[in-house]
Design a protein around this ligand. Sequence first.
Ligand SMILES: [Fe+2]
Ligand SMILES: [Fe+2]
Length: 185
Amino acid sequence: MTVSSFNSALDVVDFLRGQHAEAKELFAAALAVTGPRRAEAFTKLRRLLAVHEAAEERVIHPRARAEAPGGAQMVQARLAEEEEAKRALAELEGLDSDTTEFTDKLRELQEKVIEHAQREEREEFSWLAREFDPDELMAMGRAARLAESRAPTRPRPDSRVADSALAGPFVAMLDRARDFISGKV
Ligand SMILES: [Fe+2]
Ligand SMILES: [Fe+2]
């Protein structure tokens, strides 16, 4: 990372909002095409969702849980939605991306992820923007960007664990993204 890109780090709310917008675009892109182009868009989408959810889990949810009014309940609800998305992604990873089943499930996930993002923006992000000063928001933004800047662009082929419903490449990427943010790698 260059000094100038480090200094131009956005605050955490702008950064995560930007990722929501990007996820929306990737869902639309994946649904608009078929074949290798769809597979490619889906790979990009799940990488984005992995680094995004890891950043939220590690950087903003703990603050909101501890400090926002009603934060524990709010974060619990968001984590439950994230867990549901994880299961849906694991299912999608097991399907041929050119089937109707894949298309239907991807569309369903698209709707849920968009609703989830809207709730975050309305509640958690608004609270962050209101309660924290710009320096703190920037510091959180830098932590959130760590996963995106360091995560591999493709899932590793050896990352499947056969007997777990959540062990597909998405989950491996999520784990790895969490480790980047926690400074373990
Ligand atoms: Fe989220
Ligand atoms: Fe989000």
